[in-house]
Design a protein around this ligand. Structure first.
Ligand code: AMP
Ligand code: MG
Length: 186
């Protein structure tokens, strides 16, 4: 079983009343084996289909530049490479900090008429972490890093850096996560 610790960045706007569809602009992921050893990383930018020009707010939040997005491939190409990298024929579980990332993948797959089957085996480390640590409610990645006495490395809101930091929390608690089996049961 491989654990795919992933974090997405997406188009966004300062004014929440702007009714535009968010699209993924970066996939960052770390592949970890059964023993809790990091094996490989995936980091790619994606050129959005609906709004390929990033807002100033989005560029500031993520530090992703317009130039990086201009030369990026569209979603369908990147997602094919990502699925190859995961190796979806072998057992794997997608792990993210909350359910946002799975929902955003579903939206983008629907926008591009692509299958969502490969997203089924997913867990929210954020929600499991709250249970493991007996917290009243789920906390952010930054708070969890502090609790673990781990440092936030890299740039927060860059997919690959967020994925690396989440991976550290994952490894620190490797024995405690509840992983679904093939039938989706924990
Ligand atoms: P994160 O993994 O926390 O960096 O967030 C993933 C995505 O959620 C970002 O790329 C944005 O599209 C959106 N997002 C995160 N924080 C904010 C915020 N404060 N305001 C608007 N959108 C946000
Ligand atoms: Mg992020």
């Amino acid at each position: 079983m491989n654990y795919i610790i992933l974090d997405l960045e997406a188009t966004c706007w300062k004014d929440r009343s702007i009714q535009k569809q968010n699209e993924i602009i970066e996939i960052g992921a770390v592949k970890i084996n059964d023993k809790g050893e990091p094996q490989d990383e995936f980091c790619e930018f994606i050129k959005p289909k609906l709004n390929p020009v990033l807002s100033d707010f989005c560029k500031e939040l993520t530090t992703i530049t317009q130039e990086e997005i201009d030369i990026a491939d569209p979603y369908e190409n990147v997602i094919e490479r990502f699925k190859n990298w995961i190796d979806v024929e072998e057992p794997y579980v997608l792990c993210s900090w909350g359910f946002y990332d799975k929902k955003q993948f579903q939206k983008d797959c629907e926008l591009h008429n692509l299958s969502i089957d490969w997203l089924e085996n997913h867990i929210s480390l954020k929600h499991q972490y709250a249970k493991i640590k007996n917290l009243r409610k789920p906390i952010g990645m930054g708070g969890a890093l502090k609790k673990e006495k781990l440092t936030l490395e890299g740039t927060h809101h860059r997919g690959i850096d967020d994925a690396r930091n989440i991976a550290k929390i994952f490894i620190a608690n490797i024995e405690k996560w509840k992983i679904k089996n093939k039938n989706g049961n924990i």
